[in-house]
Design a protein around this ligand. Structure first.
Ligand code: DAH
Length: 339
């Protein structure tokens, strides 16, 4: 039996020494020291020995087992170390290599103007309202006091989905929706996309953006409208901006006006941006027509209000000096990255 044990010791030591990887090393451990391993099998045969020899063989087996364990452990460390070294050698990083360039985006000019307008009106205590782009004709026209024969209702101006459903041609229907859904005092603006069946040129697009404003309360007058819009013009276009109002007609306001601002490029002297006029047309506005209030469930004897609406593209083009509206929709990165 002694020879057998010594033979196992010798074989295993050679195998461990030759071993090149952790998997094989583990196999060797199982083969020699495992439950069904060679050394364990020898131990099982002890019963056949004469009693005096048993303790001697027992301690020899223990001694060999300890030695093998130590060698296995030592080898394991060695292999793990080698593996790590190899990894370090092959997976090195060249910290001097130039990094990949990350292109930072920016907000589209239209989005920038809308955010700026929102900030100004939020600062004056307004809320931001929203409404559907696919709208009922009744909200886009009827409730806004626009009669059935009004030219804006023509298919040449408005995109019809059915006779009663259209793509909204203005943000004004949001006025009616807000008046129906909440009680005065109302102070909202609504920025959004609108659609008209215009052909594309340097100042027209079938898809564009507007911001609508609506204030309803007791004793609201034209003075409030003028003060509010003057404040807005100065905040948005510069402190020296002047504003003037010209009489106009809109079905949903009475009286109605259009407002111009002094050209913020030349200050009113005349230049390319204002087409030598010194003024730039900014928006439509007026006192909310009593019929509109009534149509939306508000008593015109008790409440009055003003409304206004303007195009975002026009402001973006004037402010950024963009001469062709198409540039705002073509999404050419070379153009957009200037903003
Ligand atoms: N909705 C009008 C348009 O698209 C602009 C407008 C004019 C809105 C007067 C208003 C307003 O709220 O009072 O041309």
């Amino acid at each position: 039996m002694k020879e057998e044990i010594l033979k196992i010791k010798e074989d295993s030591l050679v195998s461990i020494k030759k071993c090149q990887d952790l998997k094989t090393l583990n196999d060797l451990k199982v083969r020699y020291l495992g439950k069904k391993g060679e050394l364990t099998t020898v131990l099982r045969g002890m019963g056949k020995l004469i009693p005096e020899e048993r303790p001697i063989m027992g301690s020899l087996v223990n001694q060999v087992r300890d030695e093998l364990n130590a060698k296995l452990e030592e080898k394991e460390k060695e292999l793990k170390n080698a593996e790590l070294l190899k990894k370090l050698e092959t997976e090195n990083i060249d910290v001097t290599e130039p990094s990949k360039k990350v292109n930072l985006g920016s907000f589209h000019p239209i989005t920038q103007i809308i955010s700026e307008v929102e900030e100004i009106f939020l600062g004056m205590g307004y809320e931001i309202a929203d409404g559907p782009e696919v709208e009922k004709a009744i909200y886009n026209f009827d409730k806004l006091n626009t009669p059935p024969d009004h030219p804006a209702r023509d298919v040449q101006d408005t995109f019809y989905i059915t006779d009663d459903i259209i793509l909204r041609s203005q943000t004004s229907p949001v006025q009616a929706r807000v008046m129906e859904s909440k009680k005065p005092p109302i102070k909202i603006i609504c920025p959004g996309t609108v659609y008209r069946s215009d052909s594309v040129d340097s100042t027209h697009s079938p898809v564009f953006h507007q911001v609508e404003g609506l204030v309803i309360d007791k004793n609201i007058s034209m003075t409030d409208l003028k003060g509010t819009l003057e404040m807005f013009a100065k905040k948005c276009l510069g402190e020296n901006t002047k504003i003037r109002f010209r009489p106009h007609h809109f079905p949903f306001t009475e009286p109605s006006a259009e407002a111009d601002v002094s050209c913020f490029v030349c200050g009113g002297k005349g230049c390319r941006v204002c087409k030598q006029e010194g003024w730039i047309e900014l928006l439509g506005c007026g006192m909310v027509h009593p019929n509109v209030l009534r149509n939306c469930g508000i008593d015109p004897e008790e409440y009055s209000g003003f409304a206004f609406g303007f195009g975002v593209e026009r402001i973006a083009m004037a402010k950024f000096g963009i001469e062709d509206m198409r540039l705002l929709f073509e999404n050419d990165i070379r153009f957009l990255k200037q903003f």
